[in-house]
Design a protein around this ligand. Structure first.
Ligand code: BGP
Length: 460
């Protein structure tokens, strides 16, 4: 076989609680920021579809786990919902939620599928947001308690934990670019949110280590390699700044136990450093992880700014650089994102060369497609473009692994077409097609291809 992967390679997919469970306010669950935002501004959500409208994992979990088995998954990542487990954020644990998640975990294990569990995937309980969300250090402490409760409840069965999924996204979406609640645009507040998220992550890692569990703990980061337009020092500097702000602001603390000195200097220069407290440095040093999940979708193409910065404009990342459309780049024809497969190789070789080759795996990679029904042939979607997308990424991953990168698995985004934040069902990513009205599930061609690849531990 041309592309054979190491023994025990993790083949699977990822999803998140809010995007699949549905039943947002049943089973004792409280509202998340998404429920509230949707109730207030449904028009901002694609086709007015909110988080209530999912593939109903809360009801269909058994059927869906059987599908995972059919797709030959040996591992699967989903998240727990803080607002389902602890509806008021800080108080009593909801027994219905414990039963639900226990059933899911037990069924996965019974089917030979290793559960990978994320504690926070964008779904802030509204009660905690009302206290200020990640801007408030009390919320950081409350997250530490929530994490501790999850480890106590499920740590005997779950051996792979992740504190956060893509922690930079709520920072960008909620505090810089207006695509997450609370839709604020303020760099200083964004920096505080990012800093407190690192503290919350570190508290959870501390709690896990203190419990002497026999598993591993990590975080899932969306790493977007920043490529400069040219070798000109101004472009290279611009790309370095983008990398510091969007990748290394989380990567360095979780792998090195500290922030990059360049990032601290940069934020100091622009007077944007968040407030620290005694003990923070030690806490961050304790947040070093065992396993890194890498979400990779697209690179960042960066150049220096062509125009001067308006001295009166508030500081934003774009004060330091600009984006550009690289001529000849390959675009996903069904959704406006660039496809650049070597990026996956650049990420893992960078980790090998500059971060001590940590244990890592691809925790999300995927291709969103609009109007996918147009590809239905003989009753199922023939998504040949997705098979090509996955296999081309896997080839670059294979190359990195054969050159010594410590990459242990590949999870797709995602198992079944799911509800996605402001995008609703616009971009379909699943191995399994979902009919939203009937809830019928039909495996796509890519699902069949993936099952064969997982079963053979590789492909030709
Ligand atoms: C990742 C998130 C997922 C998912 C995916 C696809 O960043 O972890 O939750 O949404 O992106 O993005 P979208 O649904 O916006 O196309």
């Amino acid at each position: 076989m041309r592309y054979r992967f190491p023994e025990n390679f993790w083949w699977g997919s990822a999803c998140s609680a809010l995007q699949t469970e549905g039943d947002s306010l049943n089973g004792g669950k409280s509202q998340t920021t998404w429920d509230v935002w949707f109730a207030r501004q449904p028009g901002r959500f694609h086709q007015g579809i909110g988080p209530e409208n999912t593939s109903g994992f809360y009801q269909h979990w058994k059927q869906d786990i059987a599908l995972l088995k059919q797709l030959k998954h040996n591992s699967f990542r989903t998240s727990l919902s803080w607002s389902r487990l602890i509806p008021d954020g800080t108080g009593e644990v909801n027994p219905e939620a414990v039963e639900f998640y226990s059933n899911v975990i037990d069924e996965l294990l019974a089917q030979g599928i290793t559960p990978f569990i994320t504690l926070f995937h964008f779904d802030m309980p509204m009660v905690m947001q009302e206290k200020g969300g990640w801007e408030n250090r009390d919320v950081v402490a409350a997250f530490g308690r929530y994490a501790q409760i999850c480890f106590d409840l499920f740590g005997n069965r779950v051996k792979h934990w992740f504190t956060f999924n893509e922690p930079i996204v709520p920072v960008e979406g909620g505090y810089l670019y207006d695509f997450h609640y609370p839709n604020v645009v303020d760099f200083r507040r964004a920096a505080t949110v990012a800093y407190h998220t690192v503290l919350a992550h570190s508290l959870a890692v501390r709690a896990y280590r203190a419990g002497s569990h026999d598993g591993e703990i990590g975080v899932v980061l969306n790493l977007t390699p920043s490529y400069p337009r040219s070798a000109h020092p101004a472009d290279v500097k611009a790309a370095h700044h983008a990398d510091l702000l969007f990748n290394r602001s989380f990567l360095d603390p979780v792998l090195k136990g500290e922030y990059p000195a360049d990032l601290i200097a940069l934020l100091k220069e622009y007077d944007q450093l968040p407030a620290c407290q005694p003990g923070d440095k030690e806490l961050i040093a304790d947040g070093k992880i065992d396993l890194l999940g890498i979400n990779y979708y697209q690179p960042r193409r960066v150049k220096c700014r062509d125009s001067a910065v308006n001295p009166d404009a508030p500081f934003m990342p774009e004060t330091l650089f600009d984006y550009y459309e690289m001529p000849g780049r390959k675009m996903n024809p069904y959704r406006g994102w660039e496809i650049y497969e070597p990026g996956i190789y650049d990420i893992i070789t960078n980790l090998r060369d500059h971060y001590g080759n940590p244990r890592c795996f691809i925790s999300e990679n995927g291709m969103g497609v609009e109007n996918e029904q147009r590809f239905i042939e003989n009753g199922h979607i023939n998504d040949h473009y997705r098979i090509e997308f996955v296999s081309e990424h896997l080839k670059w991953l294979h190359k990195g692994i054969s050159e010594g990168c410590n990459c242990l698995g590949y999870h797709m985004w995602t198992f079944i077409d799911n509800w996605s934040w402001l995008n609703g069902y616009k971009n379909r990513y699943g191995f399994v097609q979902l009919d939203l009205e009937t809830q019928q599930r039909t495996i796509k061609q890519s699902g069949k291809w993936f099952a064969a690849t997982a079963e053979n531990n590789g492909f030709n």
